[in-house]
Each structure stands twice: as C-alpha cells, then as structure tokens.
Write a protein that binds this ligand. Sequence first.
Ligand SMILES: Cc1cc2nc3c(=O)[nH]c(=O)nc-3n(C[C@H](O)[C@H](O)[C@H](O)COP(=O)(O)OP(=O)(O)OC[C@H]3O[C@@H](n4cnc5c(N)ncnc54)[C@H](O)[C@@H]3O)c2cc1C
Length: 429
Amino acid sequence: MNATADNGGPPGAVRRERSVDVLVVGAGPAGLAAAARLAAAGAGTVEVVDREEQAGGIPRHCYHAGFGLRDLRRPMSGPAYARHWSDTAAGAGALVRTGVSVTGWAGPLTVDTTSRDGLERLTAGAVVLATGARERPRAARLVPGTRPAGVFTTGELQQAVHLHHQPVGGRAVVVGAEPVSYSAVRTLRGAGVEIAAMVTDQPRHQSSWAAGAGARLHRRVPLLTGTTVTELFGRVRLTGVALRHTDGRTVTLGCDTVVFTGDWIPEHELVRLGGITLDRGTRGPAVDTVFRTGAAGVFAVGNLLHAVEPAGTAAREGRLVAGPVLRYLSDGRWPDGQLAVEVDAPLRWVAPNRIDPRGPRPPLGRFALRTARPAGRLSALVVSQDGRVLHRERLRRGALPNRPLYVSADWIDRADPGGGPVVITGQGD
Ligand SMILES: Cc1cc2nc3c(=O)[nH]c(=O)nc-3n(C[C@H](O)[C@H](O)[C@H](O)COP(=O)(O)OP(=O)(O)OC[C@H]3O[C@@H](n4cnc5c(N)ncnc54)[C@H](O)[C@@H]3O)c2cc1C
C-alpha cells in the first residue's frame, strides 16, 4: 500500500493508494450481483463499495414483497433480497465495503474515495459503475413555495419509516401514479398516515390494474389525473399544496406530508466527472450491448442505465457483465466508433444505446424503451437506419410514460456498420 500527499483532499490529509482487479461502485442488486459473479469466476480481487452504511441498495428500505420472483424465482421482501445479494457477493469472495463514497477520478481507472477510515485512491483493472437512480426531489421539479418539513421522495419516506423509525405525518398527498407511487401509498398507510390524494399529470395511473384498483377500492385513495402540484404552503411544517387541473381549475388541499414519487434520474455524477459519454435520452452513460461505456475498462449496469427497471433486471445485468469484464481483463480490447441507437418522439429513451452490428446482441435479448407522453394509439415500433427498415414490431397496446416497453434485438446484424445512427420510431400515434 502506498500513500500520497498530492491527493485532492484537505491539506495535510494522507490518501492511501491500493490496487484491485475489479472495483464495483454501488452495492445495490446490480453491483452486488456483478461482484458475486466476478469473484466466483476468479476475476482476482473484487471490491464493491457503497456510500450507505449497509449494502443492498434501494431494496434495503422497501419493506414490501415484490422482489426476487424475476431472478431468484421466489417472492421476497426488499430487505431479504438485499441481504441475499450482499451475502452472495461476500460468500463468493468479493470484499463488500460500506460507508465508502467514490468522489471522483484520479485517472482512467483510478478513483478517489472517502470514508470514516480516511481517504483512498483505488486503481482497478476494470471498473463497474452500478450507482443506480434516484427520484427527482421537489427542488429539481421546480415546485415553488416555502421550504417546510414534511416533504419527501419515496426513498426518503421509506428510510424515515423503516430504517430510522421516525414519525412522518398525519395526512399526505402522493405526487405520481407509477409503481413506486403505490409503494409510497403502502408505506404511508402502514405508518398510519391518511392519504388525501394521489395526483398525476397523466390521464391515468401508470401502474398495474391491480395496484390501481387496490389503492382506489381497498385503501380508498382518490386518484386525481391531469393534475399537477403548483405550490407548497407552510412555514415550519407543510400545511397544504396547491393543485391545478389541466382544465384550469385550482384547489388547495390540506396536508402535512407530500411525497414526490418516480420521475427518476440516473445517479450519473461519476460518469459526468469522468467525462464519460452520457446518452441524451436516458441521462445515464451510453453503453453497448455488453455494458461497455465510452471509456475503456469502465462498464455500467443496473438502473444507472435505465431509470428504472425492476431489481431483478438490475441483478441479471450485474451477473451478465461478468463475462465482458473477464474478457477485457484478459485481452484489453475495447470497441471504437460504435453505432448510436436513438429514438424519435414520442419515445424518450432506449437502453442499451450503442451497437456493433458484428458484435453480440444484448444478453437480455431486447432493448428497453420509454415514451415521453401517453401514446395510446401507438401500434408498432419501427427500427430503421438511413431510411432502411431493419425491423418492425407490433404493439398490442399503446404506451404510457413510466411503463416498460421493449423491442427485440433480432435486427442488430442487419444494421450497416458504416451507416448512420439506428433510429427507433413509434407508428400509429
Ligand atoms: C420505493 C421503491 C420500491 C421498489 N419496489 C420494487 C419492487 O417491489 N420490485 C422490484 O423488482 N423493484 C422495486 N424497486 C426498484 C429496485 O429497487 C431497483 O430496480 C434496484 O434497486 C436497482 O438496483 P441498482 O443496483 O441498479 O441500484 P440501487 O439499488 O439504487 O443501488 C445503487 C447503490 O449505489 C450507491 N452509490 C451511488 N453513488 C455512489 C458513490 N458515488 N459512491 C458509493 N456508492 C454509491 C448507492 O448508495 C446505492 O446503494 C423499487 C424502488 C423503489 C425506490
């Protein structure tokens, strides 16, 4: 182990220097699954770091069932799922370190970290970024008004209730109506909070029929569609929110709690700091079909790539990145000048978003997409390049924002490696 004084930290602080074979940043399902598979496959020293005090990522504080079915074939609560992946990674021989924040880059595969134990500079043979996504807080949504207590995202609400056992209020408004919004409803009701309303600017909720009906009928939660929160009131504690309907009607709803749900943004700070190419649509790093970013030796998996897909998808990507990482460690090859995959309105993003027509298909066999607005009459997805149609796929129902949408990857080898970008468009809207 070395130490350096020129360390990018406070004057006088010593930054220890170490090397590992693979560094995974983020110990959520994606990062832990990647570390587990890499350690089991003999990648050498595999270290996964997370800034939280406990490994497991978001599922740590999701105290509902709904995890595990996709990848582990059994229903689990979030904390049990988080423990499963944490134990699997450690059991496979990966070093799982918590309370360690990666703060920036000191070289192409060298990062700086800070923790209770001090400053470190870690150099890796390969880096896997698995930093997840977060919900946009109130400030980023530009909701005006005072700054009272009682304003949460779902993640903050669940941490307050389940990890810190804090009281959260008596009457709440939930902003959003996508799957995570219904998690917020469950958490609030479990904490004894009355729900004044769920509000969404969309014409309908964007979760499953069962979740929508359950909240409306069983939990008696009114759903206000076509409605936005335009202002927050209250000096010390929230006292109410102003709502505006698309027809111009406004109303003030009394409440002491508001939860801003969904509206995800990838946790892309390290990507930005590293000057790694960001995809315009996803706002995460641009990646090819085997999770390679624009920086040699840096891979990315999980919700950092697509905010958001279920935990099982993140964990499967974590497992699947192991092969490409091992190949890179042995041959050091990195692609140059791949084709971009883009979308046209009403589609908002596609992931992965780089391809090599002679290279592998995405291991999950598909590209994930989202639409920017409700597109009820969307009947097909068309993949084309320079005006040439490569693939057309029928849609059985239209598309809603925040609802998963996928297109098969069968067309990749029909793309011209020397051609322009591949563009995915919606037909019939
Ligand atoms: C309220 C809620 C309910 C959900 N319910 C379900 C459900 O029922 N079923 C389901 O399948 N999915 C559910 N999900 C989605 C699921 O939790 C995510 O898909 C999954 O956690 C994504 O895994 P990930 O590893 O990509 O990211 P995350 O779980 O977000 O993990 C990323 C980790 O990276 C760490 N990190 C970020 N930046 C740094 C840094 N600079 N240095 C060190 N560490 C860093 C973070 O601390 C975090 O622990 C839910 C999500 C939410 C918010």
